[in-house]
Design a protein around this ligand. Sequence first.
Ligand code: FUC
Length: 818
Amino acid sequence: MKKYPFFFLVMLAGLWMQCSKEGVFQQRLILRYNAPASVWEETLPLGNGRIGMMPDGGIDTEHIVLNDITMWSGSEDSEAFSPDAITYLPEIRELLLAGKNLDAQKLMYSYFRCGGKGSSHGSGKDAPYGAFQTLGDLDVNYSYPSTGNYPPSGGVIGAYERTLSLNDAVAATQFNRDGITYTREYFASHADDVLVIRLTADRKESLSFEVKLSRPERATVSVKDNILYMEGQLNDGHDGEKGVRFLTQLEIVNNGGTLASSANSLSLSGADEAVILISNATDMLDKERLTTYSGYAGELLTRAKNTQYNRLKNSHVDVYREKFDRVELNLGKQDNITPTNERLIRFQRDDDPALAALYFQYGRYLMICGTREDNLPLNLQGLWANQVQTPWNGDYHLNINLQMNYWPAEVCNLSELHRGLTDFTVSLVPSGEKTAQTFYGAEGWVAHMMTNPWKFTAPGEHASWGATNTGGAWLCQHLWEHYAFTQDKTYLKSIYPVLAGAADFFLGSMIREPKQGWLVTAPSSSPENGFYLPRSREAVYVCMGPTMDVQIIKELFSNILSAAEILGIDDVTTAKIRETIPQLPPMQISPDGYLQEWLEDYEEVDPQHRHVSHLYGLHPSNQISPVTTPDLAEAARKTLDRRGDAGTGWSRAWKVNFWARLHDGDRAYKLLKSLLEPAYGSEVKMGSGGGTYPNLFCAHPPFQIDGNFGGTAGIAEMLIQSQDGYIHLLPALPSTWPDGSFKGLCVRGGAEADATWKDGKATRITLRARTGNTFQLKVPDQATAIKKNGKELPVENGFVPVGMTAGEELELEVVYPG
Ligand code: FUC
């Protein structure tokens, strides 16, 4: 027998133990490119939930876009609470009750809108509404040692690579120039809250570069004591002094070489190694945190400067990995060699399952790097923007987009990151109460279809899209879901008044429609689709009781009743809710078999509209299911067929989730494939269709991050579901993923699950309870038994009830015939 050294055997045993305990290993997950980025959508996003950067890996000049999630122009806008709108409300309602939606709409367009400019139709950077903006640009000009040849060769470049490792949230650029290998490493520290770039070369004294900071507007740059400063104040939209102030500081820590500065730049020549450190802070959250932004930026920089690079990097990686490694997904071996942009193009032909797994983990990466527990939520661009006027102001759209950003939070084991959204929701209440009073004379709180850090809750400036008033109630679903997954009763108690306040608004403002006597919202709209009234070709958006409103309100009401039972609350609100639920309209199936979007079976202006709002009940809610409501599920199927599989990035992502909830794995996969459609040609020209950019950012187009998160959540929905009170493993596994495993996905009730499957059948399941609970595990189709320690567990109506104590882990084996 061949002899192996003892240490080798010990190492093998250690590996095996880790394997069997942790399930599959986290694979190396790398985005790779073999050229510098030529457009922003090829650059690689780094972030720590507060600050971020996107380097392009240029050879002679490098452009790095910098970001801070609090870089918001604008300020509070008291004008938005239009005092006149309410005087038109009775007439608008009368017209709606009389079926004169067009006339109601005309009044709405003129009067029932926010006062002032609202979001300025998406160009609000200089309006009070404001816009999320880029922090600025870091430009690096490199000079290289002369080769001594004459005439100068200009440099021969070889072995270029640009990578982003999802395992440790570190990007790198490496290339060889005239025989010298240059390496740059970049990360946004999760531990020390600064941006770090380290430059090295494998020959001494080879590093020379100049760095500059700039911003398209509102910034001054200066240098003092070899520190580069960029500071300024954004427009508050009132020509006032209330705009967000920011300060960026940059310093170079060098090993060898000569450091010099000019009035607006720093330069280093002939160094062996250099670390560029960048800190940034704004005063947006100063009041809440009792800090001074300028002091904070300085402190961060000083601390980082006094920490060795390896320690900075290691502590960053440790903090990041604690979150990232909670979940693994193995759908096959990762190809970490082929450039990601080529893999994405090939995916349309080769269905590489490992690319889907990479995309899934990229969504988790973007969440860990884009949002924090104690800061603003992920906006339309997450944390990343390269413009001062971002598309749609880079704000928080509440009729799908902001919510979609957080769909993966719970199931993908990043529950604490949900706080960015749940705390933000709570912070909207005072403004929402004012909006409820001002526009509807109603109690409670309401937010319409868009908001910003200045707590804009009024209707949007155009009622065709701005009238939807269930934005805040939809956010309340997230408040509840956080409880459903964590079972944290103290938290539930703290958010109960927010749920109740949202319900109070509807309880006090719904009206009775005349045909059936149902209680409905009015005026409202079904995001952002219109319809034709009989014998008219004029598009109408304003309506009563669109299906989505009813579904959101029903869910809010039932979550409140569940919360009230858990917390032992029985009050006026719960009594009213019990009385009101039976008076809400039911979901209606049209004569053609699809689910109606409105109370009436109107003809849609756009039957293929990207929003599929009336399927809110299928996903993210659980009011439509192939198991509990097969007729409605069939109507949902018809609705989706009618809507078609095309759409903007996020629309495709939502459809992945819909089909997963309908347990149709192959159709969910088809949509996933279309979400991953390259939004660029072979020459990396940005196309005009939805899909995915070379850096795996989602293309609405333009870049909008919701589709990334919707896609990640959709993959999770294909692998595990728990919305109906039981754990359903592999509910929508596509035939392209016959074998695989996952670890650490979370279920409602408070547990984590791991699963391994072969030939499409789950074979091993591990459950880890976070809270003591009894979990109902659905016996997989075709299975004959579920065994624990070789013993069969009792099955009740197709489910195995598993009672677990907090912290307990259970390994189960699934038995199939033969
Ligand atoms: C909603 C969508 C658009 C876009 C915008 C940010 O209005 O209808 O497609 O996503 O939000």
